[in-house]
Design a protein around this ligand. Structure first.
Ligand code: NAD
Ligand code: UDP
Ligand code: UDP
Length: 335
């Protein structure tokens, strides 16, 4: 072990002009979809000071526009694969592209972000004595052989496939979290996030909910990838943010599944979007991509018991909220 490392230091906030209960929070990937909603929620608390570190690969400053210039907010262009020196009390570590088309675009970079990025944030947490939360994923269960998936399931993951950079990257990130916890006593929290949707998703990021909503608004056919019987469970972003904040504030390391157990086939999702947004559009079957998991639904018993959390927003309530945001950004008002 190196001997030149600084010992854990209390955050300078503790002795600053701010009062004792103030919290300085780092959010990596805070310019992205979930991260920017998390920023909004944390900024509502006047005792929080929020620092976002993001390289803008899939996120944008636009998502944080209302906070730029705010005295309790700071935005740093930073790639988490490089070391980061800041003094904080909590770290929400989200930085990582989440959509298959973006994480497959440069798979080696995706692995570096998950492995080196998480290592750096753990080194930071160790130096400053911060608590760190990792946003892991339901993809750690791969193409699951157990349904619904409890946290005790070890998964069925292809280590050499086109999704592996993300799935295995997150699995190593979880391993690193637990090794820093056991070896260095770092306070860790791991959320296994299931498919999440809502305003500010990238319009063309290829994910199913954003694709279907954009297609319905543009009057294009909804593209259901074959066979259409594969399932996913979709959580509205406000519920997700609530779950993450509860996990961070609670006493359990996790991993804890955070997701909505309402399960839909992709054909059912297409029919629901068609009914709610544009009954005129067609639904067409298209080719799928390799290694697509056939089913996915969280067992959220642990989240209910340990965090007192369960999702509130149903798919039929969340879709119109997202539609509104997509219409604004696409410039297509509802008739
Ligand atoms: P997103 O792509 O909108 O946000 C990710 C953010 O991380 C972006 O702002 C991006 O620019 C930034 N980023 C990527 N690589 C980086 C790097 N090397 N250094 C610094 N910043 C970097 O995705 P999201 O949906 O908001 O996902 C956030 C987190 O939640 C991710 O860790 C993702 O794996 C996890 N997650 C999301 C979902 C989902 O359905 N959205 C599901 C499971 C897990
Ligand atoms: N690190 C960082 N910010 C810090 C402290 C560490 O980015 O404030 C990085 C550091 O560059 C290293 C990683 O975190 O690559 C792991 O740090 P740790 O101290 O655990 O390991 P070591 O430096 O001894 O390999
Ligand atoms: N999907 C689809 N049409 C699309 C995009 C995706 O039917 O236009 C399907 C895809 O085959 C998968 C599911 O929707 O079964 C979820 O895909 P997404 O990329 O949104 O998320 P993930 O596969 O990471 O859960």
């Amino acid at each position: 072990q190196g001997t030149t490392k600084l010992p854990p230091q209390p955050s300078p906030l503790r002795s600053s002009k701010f009062c004792q209960s103030n919290m300085r929070i780092l959010i990596t990937g805070g310019a992205g979809f979930i991260g920017s909603h998390l920023v909004d929620r944390l900024m509502e608390n006047e005792k929080n000071e929020v620092i976002v570190a993001d390289n803008y690969f899939t996120g944008s400053k636009e998502n944080l526009r209302k906070w730029i210039g705010h005295p309790r907010f700071e935005l740093i262009r930073h790639d988490v694969t490089e070391p980061l020196l800041v003094e904080v009390d909590q770290i929400y570590h989200l930085a990582c592209p989440a959509s298959p088309i973006f994480y497959k675009y440069n798979p080696v970079k995706t692995i570096k972000t998950n492995v080196i990025g998480t290592l750096n944030m753990l080194g930071l947490a160790k130096r400053v004595g911060a608590r760190i939360l990792l946003t892991s994923t339901s993809e750690v269960y791969g193409d699951p052989l157990i349904h619904p998936q409890p946290e005790t399931y070890w998964g069925n993951v292809n280590p050499i496939g086109v999704r592996s950079c993300y799935d295995e990257g997150k699995r190593v990130a979880e391993t690193l979290m637990f090794d820093y916890h056991r070896q260095h006593g770092i306070e860790i929290r791991i959320a296994r996030i299931f498919n999440t949707y809502g305003p500010r998703m990238n319009i063309d990021d290829g994910r199913v909910v954003s694709n279907f909503i954009a297609q319905a608004i543009r009057g294009e056919a909804l593209t259901v990838q074959k066979p259409g019987t594969q399932t996913r469970s979709f959580c509205y972003v406000s519920d997700m943010v609530d779950g993450l904040i509860r996990l961070m504030g609670g006493e359990n390391t996790g991993p804890i599944n955070i997701g909505n157990p309402g399960e839909f086939t992709m054909t059912e999702l297409a029919e629901t979007v068609k009914e709610l947004i544009n009954p005129e559009v067609e639904i067409k079957m298209v080719e799928n991509t390799p290694d697509d998991p056939r089913q996915r639904k969280p067992d959220i018993t642990k989240a209910k018991e340990l965090l007192g959390w369960e999702p509130k927003v149903k798919l039929r309530e969340g879709l119109p909220l997202m539609e509104q945001d997509f219409r604004n950004r696409l410039g297509v008002p509802k008739k």
